[in-house]
Design a binder for this molecule. Structure first.
Ligand SMILES: Cc1cc2nc3c(=O)[nH]c(=O)nc-3n(C[C@H](O)[C@H](O)[C@H](O)COP(=O)(O)OP(=O)(O)OC[C@H]3O[C@@H](n4cnc5c(N)ncnc54)[C@H](O)[C@@H]3O)c2cc1C
Length: 641
């Protein structure tokens, strides 16, 4: 270990149980559970290993080692012709245990067959898909982090089905203000800041906003050139840069240029300002060179406010300390009530409501019980889905999946594919060629959400900063956990106490098309070791917070890196191959997601991909639509029964 590594604390024992995964070793179908890691570390085996509890695992999570290798082998042509027939039959098999797959199971029981027998398959060791919970434990205290799907962002965008589902789970979005303390950091005089790194800006400097400070005064403290500062100040004035165009012409123009081109060529922004404006939030998971100016307008990026389009109102949002994982957990509880058994050990008296679910420790041993009506089978990758007989006449669908290296067949009257839609052409080769092509255009933008358990946040307090943008750094932004006090959950409210720091990384290759940047980003995520993530995190935190007395070797207690090589959903224009940043950019009839999601015999297609829209409301809405797509067959089946 070199001197810098020692300074950063690289050798320090932190809570990091997946050392094997961090070394990039392929563990086909393996269980990355606490005791598996004990073996990996050559520790003595525990006589009675506890039931697995994936939310508390740290290290490389999200698309964790062991979760994707089988699917990649399927993509590369491997077949499992010797699969054993399990004899298991169901009314419905759902492939994908994310919010869409769980919702599909829920709608199927609500709207179709209340007593239905359902099997849900997911390739991860935890359910929820992107909606993942990170638990970090410190001296007996549990702190929560958001591993993926962050929040209910805009409840106004939720359709009837999604609202009905949330209401049935007794999730009340109007209560957000009751749980979230919006004043904590203000009351401690802590604001937003910007970290200029020496590799991008020539010097390491943290500049923190001050109360009532003008933009010009803030920029004067930065290492940006005079030209860049002047441009940025001017950009704050709402100006119409396209005064001679009608609204429709403006819209068409903005759809045809990148935001970067708009800034440089239309708004006349100086090139020196570009690194400052480079997208550093994880809103689109793409840089300003590939995002259309129309997409940028939708998210309120600077320089577009004077073009005469109305500002979007922010609807109600709802934030759980573990993000929308709480919704996934409530859904699972509703499908499999046994996951919240009675007793102190589980921290909850069932059924848990939206408050109590936050601290409930769910019993994962109940997920896949033989006699249960709904079974959720983790670490199980579907590799083949086909009708038994001609799709128009078949009465069953057969699904082959791989778990622990062994392939098994299960059958059902119906199947909902709620997995990534681009997997489906490999999974279900009997679909018509045109549909397979459309499905293969379902894009997912890669991104990383990292949670770091800190011994305390005194350095942040000292510097008066609560969140930092850092477009030149490995992680493009960081912020202290939102203080959400819900049920028995207590967030960190004193700087001397431990807390969770949230960081986001968007791996990009500026200059390439969005598709190629995402391809490169995916590869980056799957080949980066945990050790590299850890070193980058320690280095970045050390440099950003140095003046506040932060010591990465002393202050970092645990790290959970949630990598999502297949993250935000986007559709494409099937004719031009353009990314549909905002759905209306592509005319009907050319939308890859609409052409891809058609039902086929007893198979229907869900997932947010099927809506060409990354958001939770799309995941739920598409689940409802997929179940409805199965309806004609369902009613015939019920009459028979
Ligand atoms: C980091 C991140 C942050 C986000 N934040 C927000 C947010 O704040 N608000 C919001 O509304 N949305 C957000 N999203 C979007 C999010 O994708 C959706 O809200 C929603 O969670 C998607 O659910 P889904 O079920 O459609 O897909 P997924 O969550 O991707 O679930 C699909 C599941 O199917 C599994 N699968 C794939 N192939 C197979 C196979 N062959 N066999 C078995 N299983 C398979 C996948 O591994 C996955 O577990 C975020 C996404 C990411 C990645």
């Amino acid at each position: 270990m070199n001197g810098r590594d020692r300074e950063l604390g690289m050798g320090r024992a932190i809570t990091r149980r997946d050392l094997l995964g961090g070394m990039g070793i392929a563990l086909s179908g393996s269980l990355l559970l606490p005791w598996a890691s004990r073996e990996a570390l050559a520790l003595p085996a525990e006589p009675n290993p506890p039931a697995p509890y994936p939310p508390a695992l740290t290290g490389l999570r999200g698309s964790h080692p062991g979760s994707f290798e089988v699917a990649h082998a399927m993509r590369d042509g491997e077949r499992w012709s010797d699969a054993e027939d399990s004899g298991e039959t169901y009314d419905l098999i759902v492939v994908g245990g994310g919010l869409s797959g769980l919702s599909a199971a829920w709608f199927y029981r609500q709207k179709a067959v209340p007593e239905a027998r359902i099997l849900i398959l997911d390739n991860h060791d935890d359910f929820g898909g992107h909606a993942k919970r990170n638990e970090l434990h410190h001296q007996g205290r549990m702190l929560l982090g958001v591993g993926g799907t962050f929040n209910v962002e805009d409840y106004d965008a939720y359709g009837r089905a999604a609202r009905r589902l949330l209401r049935s789970l007794e999730i009340d979005v109007t209560r957000d203000g009751e749980f979230r303390d919006r004043n904590l950091y203000d009351s401690l005089d802590m604001r937003g800041g910007f970290f200029f790194d020496r590799e991008t800006f020539g010097t390491d400097r943290l500049v923190v906003g001050r109360e009532a400070e003008s933009r010009a005064d803030f920029l004067a403290r930065t290492p940006l050139s005079e030209n860049a500062r002047r441009s940025l100040v001017r950009l704050d004035d709402p100006m119409d840069y396209l005064p001679d165009l009608s609204r429709r012409e403006k819209r068409d123009f903005l759809r045809g240029v990148s935001y970067r081109e708009f800034l440089l060529e239309t708004a006349g922004v100086h090139p020196d300002a570009m690194p400052f404006l480079a997208t550093s939030d994880a809103y689109w998971a793409i840089g300003i060179d590939a995002l259309s100016a129309w997409g940028a307008l939708w998210s309120g990026y600077p320089g577009l406010g004077g073009l005469g389009f109305p500002d979007g109102e922010d609807g109600l949002s709802l934030n759980f300390p573990d993000g929308n994982a709480s919704i996934a957990r409530l859904l699972v509880q509703s499908l499999i009530p046994g996951v919240t058994p009675k007793g102190d050990k589980w921290n909850v008296t069932p059924p848990a409501d939206m408050e109590r679910i936050v601290t409930a420790r769910l019993d994962y041993s109940q997920l896949d019980l033989e006699d249960a009506r709904v079974r959720l089978r983790l670490e199980s990758t579907a590799v083949h889905v086909a009708h038994r007989g001609a799709p128009s006449a078949a009465r069953e669908v057969e699904v082959t999946y791989v778990q622990g290296g062994a392939a098994r067949k299960v059958r059902a009257a119906h199947c909902v594919l709620a997995c990534y839609n681009s997997v489906i052409p490999h999974l279900c080769p009997e679909l018509p060629g045109e549909q397979r092509r459309a499905l293969s255009l379902a894009l997912k933008a890669p991104l990383v959400y990292t949670n770091v358990l800190l011994r305390n946040w005194t350095a942040f307090h000292e510097l008066g900063v609560r969140r930092v943008r850092s477009p030149g750094c490995y992680h493009n932004s960081m912020r202290l956990a939102r203080p959400i006090r819900i049920g028995d959950y207590r967030p960190s409210i004193r700087p001397e106490d431990p807390t969770v720091l949230f960081l986001a990384r968007i791996p990009l290759e500026p200059g390439l098309s969005a598709q190629d940047q995402w391809r490169a980003g995916r590869l980056d995520l799957l080949t980066t070791t945990f050790e590299t993530f850890e070193r980058e995190i320690r280095d970045q935190l050390g440099r950003t917070l140095q003046a506040g007395g932060f010591d990465p070797a002393r202050d970092i207690e645990a790290i959970t890196v949630n990598r999502w090589p297949h993250g935000y959903a986007y559709g494409q224009d099937v004719e031009t191959g353009d990314v549909a940043w905002v759905g209306d950019e592509v005319p009907p009839g050319r939308r890859s997601w609409e052409l891809g999601r058609k039902p086929f015999g007893r198979i229907a297609i869900a997932n947010s991909d099927a809506g060409g829209n990354a958001m939770t409301e799309a995941a739920i809405g598409e689940a409802r639509r997929a179940v409805r797509d199965l309806a004609p067959r369902r009613s015939r089946r019920r009459r028979r029964g």
